[in-house]
Design a protein around this ligand. Structure first.
Ligand code: SF4
Length: 80
């Protein structure tokens, strides 16, 4: 999964781009639900939030490291 760091400026451009609806406005900054984030595997070649974020504050989440196979598995579970 990916994670939004505290450099987020709450610009809101990433939220509508997420195909998994994993991004929501949190209390302070936008947040990614790691259970829903496939890093856009199954949908796109690159993570769409990373593409649009103006401040580059969406790295891979070190607490939720997953390989491509695991992310694809999550995609299949989410899409049923
Ligand atoms: Fe925050 Fe980046 Fe999303 Fe804007 S695009 S809300 S700065 S994470």
């Amino acid at each position: 999964a990916l994670i939004i760091t505290d450099e987020c400026i709450n610009c809101d451009v990433c939220e509508p781009e997420c195909p998994n609806e994993a991004i929501t406005p949190g209390d302070e900054i936008y947040e990614i639900d790691p259970a829903k984030c496939t890093e856009c595997i199954g949908h796109y070649d690159t993570p769409q939030c990373v593409e649009v974020c103006p401040v580059d504050c969406i790295p891979k989440d070190p607490d939720h490291v997953e390989n491509e196979e695991q992310l694809m598995d999550k995609y299949h579970k989410l899409t049923g």
